[in-house]
Design a protein around this ligand. Sequence first.
Ligand code: PGA
Length: 249
Amino acid sequence: MMRKPIIVGNWKMNNTKKSAKLLLEELNALLKDSAAEVVVCVPYTILDYVSTLIKGTNIKLGAQNVAWADKGAFTGEISAEMLVELGVEYVIIGHSERRQMFNETDLSVNKKTIQALKNNLKPIVCVGETLHERKCKITEAVVKTQMEGAFDNINAADFKNIVIAYEPIWAIGTGKTATADEAQETIKFIRSVVASLYNKELADAVRIQYGGSMNGANAKELMSKSDIDGGLIGGASLTAIDFSKVVNY
Ligand code: PGA
């Protein structure tokens, strides 16, 4: 099964118009012939601006969160419809920073994923264990529970539009990458969970990324693993040279 690699830059709460413009100009020059699908998930405030900057390039637009409701009295929230209007194609859902600092749960992740799918946004659903959970050897149980929660009531036809990001929390922003074997092992497990929740065909087709201190130096080894189909890149997505090295691994 050939799955097209997908490299996603998660800018988190970084960049204003000025720095975004510089970064994207550099990036565009470096990514002209990339074989992978490339997405940048940028802050809400510059989605509109970045959408005009990347027109005609092979960089796609993503957001970092979405509301689970359609519209109405939800102060401070941004709806899927609003994102789509700005040309957003992908949305990160359930990033561990949102789970840990902004009270997101498997239930809210599920509701947001359903909402994204309903509006034709492609969800990048994040799962991953803490260091304590890994030490207790419950990584697989944790990730399975997160997946069962996230994909509850989502049918196979809709699931086709989902990308999964496996991000061990202890590897995010720490410079401590999971070894390629560790990442492969868990991602293979994640694929088997998709097979049990849906079927083998979907399990073979779903793209599963690794995320957590992935960079130009370790991308090649991670991407050489049979079940790893891409990366969700934080720190290294903020400089053109680093991000392009990951994309052009
Ligand atoms: P990092 O972040 O690459 O800086 O570790 C990854 C992420 O949080 O998606």
